[in-house]
Design a protein around this ligand. Sequence first.
Ligand code: AHR
Length: 648
Amino acid sequence: MKIISSLLIYTTTALSCVAANPTFTVDASHPAGKVSPTLYGLMTEEINHSYDGGLYAELIQNRAFLDNATTPVHWSVVNDNDAAATIALDPTNSFNDKLTTSLRLTVAKAARNHPAGVANSGYWGIPVQPKTSYRASILARADSNFSGPVTVSIMSDDGRTVYATGKFSGLTMDWKKFEVTLKTGKVVPTAKARFAITLDQPGTVWFGLVSLFPPTWNDQPNGFRKDLMQMLVDLNPKFLRFPGGNYVEGDTIETRFEWKKTIGPIEERHGHQCPWGYRSTDGMGLLEFLEWCEDMKAEPVLAVYAGYSLKGMHVNPGADLEPFVQEALEEIEYVTGDTNIPWGAQRAKDGHPAPFKLNYVEIGNEDWFDKSKSYEARFAQFYDAIKARYPQLKVISTIGNDQPETAHVHSRKPDMTDEHYYRSVDEFIRMSPEYARQYDHHSPEIFVGEWAAYETSFPPWNKRSQNEPPTPNLKAAIGDGVFMVAMERNSDLIRMQCYAPLFVNVNPGARQWRPDLIGYDAISAYGSPSYYAIQMFSRNTGDEILSTQGSETSIQGSATRDSRTGEIIIKLVNPQATAETLKIDIKGIASVASKAGAIILTGNLDDSNSITQPRKVAPVTTTVRGVKPGFTYTLPPTSIVVLKLKAR
Ligand code: AHR
């Protein structure tokens, strides 16, 4: 299929229309606008086990035994023929009013060579790495006849190999926290492992919370998985939109992201049901999100709960909504307040005295789904309260140009509107040349807060898409590429954009949505072709937009300049299955260095990356020679190319 972009014809018969002189013209005589310095960022929520079983490095699944009210799921008994243990939930013996149950382990028979106890299977395995220290922390009490010792081990899932082990004793009838460091030796990395707690004599022990952390990013306690953090840092993100997405809204008002329940020590966090069908530990709480931003040198885009939940519930604007407005104001105070005011002091108590920089607050998520049409008034109430106390903050409406004008907020002028695009690759190829062109550039700035191209027959929200691989293939990356060049061409207005969802745990049963940018299991992670496409863009931004024009070509592209170095950066996307030799005409420059850098992502349309082939589709850097203000360049079939030219 060919798009003759100057004529804007998109037709299946156009293949017969031979491109006589495909040209891509860049006007470098003057900038057409400023590239938004915050254009490339990340969007995140708890979906597909993004945090629990993902970025949040906790290794024990169901660590507080609250995932199921009747059964200690993910826990099993460790026994052999000469040992006898049983386990059960015991809500009558809970650690506090947040961890409302405990696990009772009763060992009736055990000996040194026949220990008995309980084991956790982790999030689809416990990752074992060589020469690594793991921190176990366990809240426990015992009956009067037992004080220890208790053995904790990381062992193979068949129980035959112990990779690391340690002991604690001194249990009493009162709850106490025990900490043990487990060190592995020279082992072959594996996730076919479990975490076991065993006794070698009879006794009864209750556990309130069992936690196990591997080394984390920056050694942060309650921190993040290192490999995933490195992949995020490599994307050079300028902001992080959190905590949703649907996760901020919850299925019901009670199961919204209630930030006050997500702070403080982990034993004070009850967790909550997440709208994606599983329970969140809330180990990844408000402070962790903020520290995550800090670690990436990205600024937060804080989505606050705005009185709409997914099962169609809404809070009436006015007095009913006021407590939720206060909750949002206090949340902003927690993020930004000095330590001499209550929520700033709480943040300091939680371990972070320095306030965080905050510029953006988003009021809810996708509020066009609210059939009561209450968003206009709900937004106004939040907007007025936030502006009264924090006039410098930019307040974002969740209803943008992808929704009918009649649905937009009119009584207030949002500083920014959020539009979401989950579109097929073909749809992105069709819509991108004209995207945002007709927008009024005096209207509120635009945040494309969720977008992704899908290459499958079913859209991401259709359950049948779950039969497809969790991460997108190169074809989808081509769809992402054409949309990204469109956003970049218009980035004087499109100030921020982020792909969604960011993460997927690839284990069957762990995921709810495809496509997703980064896939992982307990021990490995990989970027999809779309990940690399975004990385190529976000690491090569420039600060001036240059206007471009494609003629007699289906290539879509954008161009920017780095005003400090004079470097011209041209991004081109070839959606065709054939190579295209393109004349690149740069107007308004005297000369250019004859050698340019090129970063190329290409392959077959259905090529993709996976746990076993993590870099099948990955960018390659090469040098282009013979570069002039007018030169020809051949784009490989189905490719995304970033050219970096030194103008003189
Ligand atoms: O990204 C997945 C979901 O898509 C988000 O939670 C929601 O905002 C959108 O509908």
